[in-house]
Design a protein around this ligand. Structure first.
Ligand code: ADP
Ligand code: MG
Length: 270
């Protein structure tokens, strides 16, 4: 039983893929919402200077007083930077364009790859408030993504169901391997989620088969369908799950969340 005396077991999951437009942010927002909806205290950290996760959760630029940039330059703690969202149990560390300059600013600093890890570690020492921390990465393997990988227990990779899906994956897995060797030996691959699946497209089904045969048990059973309702939701500043919970995309993200929780349970007993 969880009580005030039991420290929370906080799981940090980084959502990464150096390709843009593969569904990282959509997955971050909707997986976080689905985890929060089943009562998990959840924090989404927006590490992309574009700030799509922040916008998609309805947080306007003017309201982003303390941001992930402030955490990475050690001006604010994770607690200070976390703001509530319209989703109960879901908090956000928003991003701002300041992040664009971060790499230059801290390029000479020792421990620059550990800024986020240290901030989350401090948060745990304070008595962590969260069960899950999800980190939405920019579309590159830069210092921001490396910080996110160094801070994580595991990586979740969205792959778009298209011909070039597997291209780039080996580079990503190589980076994960490098981070494991140098910065974070405990880092694991949480799983690969296939996104924007279009059932009318034979190629998409072939891609699903290829990825499953190549990556085996790492691929989640849940495949996220291409769904207009999912792509409309951010313009209303809402997760798809709030905008239209019944649409197939939202339902898929709800199933993905239960797979994520099941995998966590398995890791816990292992
Ligand atoms: P990334 O963060 O990897 O760049 P996004 O999550 O922003 O990718 O998705 C890229 C685009 O595809 C966005 O316009 C988004 O709304 C759209 N999109 C993502 N997932 C789906 C989906 N399941 N169905 C329809 N559109 C989607
Ligand atoms: Mg994104």
């Amino acid at each position: 039983m969880m009580d005030a005396m039991t420290p929370r077991r906080m799981r940090v999951i980084t959502i990464a893929n150096q390709k843009g437009g593969v569904g990282k942010t959509t997955t971050a927002i909707n997986l976080a919402t689905a985890l929060a909806a089943v009562g998990r205290q959840t924090l989404l950290i927006d590490l992309d200077p574009q700030g799509n996760a922040s916008t998609g959760l309805g947080i306007d630029r003017d309201d982003r007083e303390v941001s992930s940039y402030d955490v990475l330059v050690e001006k604010a703690s994770v607690t200070e930077a976390s703001m509530p969202t319209a989703v109960p149990n879901l908090f956000l560390v928003p991003s701002t364009l300041d992040l664009l300059g971060l790499e230059m600013e801290i390029s000479g600093a020792t421990g620059r790859a550990y800024r986020l890890r240290d901030a989350l570690h401090f948060h745990t020492m304070e008595g962590a408030q969260f069960d899950f921390v999800l980190i939405d990465c920019p579309p590159s393997l830069n210092l921001l993504t490396v910080n996110a990988m160094a801070a994580a227990d595991s990586i979740l990779v969205p792959l778009q169901c298209e011909f070039f899906a597997l291209e780039g994956l080996s580079q990503l897995l190589q980076t994960v391997e490098q981070v494991r060797d140098s910065l974070n030996p405990a880092l694991t691959l949480h799983g690969i989620v296939l996104t924007m699946f279009d059932g009318r497209n034979n190629l998409a089904a072939q891609v699903v088969n290829d990825v499953r045969s190549y990556m085996g048990r790492h691929v989640y059973d849940t495949v996220i369908p291409r769904n207009v309702r999912v792509s409309e939701a951010p313009s209303f500043g809402k997760p798809a799950i709030l905008y239209d919970m019944k649409c197939p995309g939202s339902q898929a993200y709800i199933r993905l969340a239960s797979e994520v929780i099941q995998r966590e349970r398995r890791l816990e007993v292992a």
